[in-house]
Ligand binder design. Sequence first.
Ligand code: CMP
Length: 140
Amino acid sequence: MTVEQTLSIIKPDATRRNLTGKINAKIEDAGLKIIAQKRLQLTKQQAEAFYAVHKERAFFGELVDFMISGPVVVQALEGENAVARYREVMGATNPANADEGTIRREFAESIEANSVHGSDSLDNAAIEIAFFFSKIEIAA
Ligand code: CMP
């Protein structure tokens, strides 16, 4: 078991429905610590840069438009195996396939408006945390 950090984004569908606290409770109940957090309105350029890895995908344009449709809450999380643990807590990308009790099963509206993002690997977690936070903003 290793202590890791991962990036979480509470997406516009969830901030719009005032679900930040309920999602944070699920994160904390799973033993993950929120070590940095801020609410932002992403620009189109920022959303395109963050999701650059998906730029060839058919859904890229819609994904970017959705991510700038309202505020997001970006968070750095820390805990044992945080990358994989948070992916369990989120549930499958498509809420129709997400397990009972997961964030996406309970809150997501669709595969696009799926309430949360979490890093998919430890390497990407470091890149994604650095995209939003400077070292001084993280208190572990
Ligand atoms: P996320 O974990 O933020 O990473 C990329 C996002 O693209 C994903 O969650 C979904 O919200 C969104 N998305 C939209 N359509 C699709 C799709 N068909 N397959 C995968 N992801 C999709």
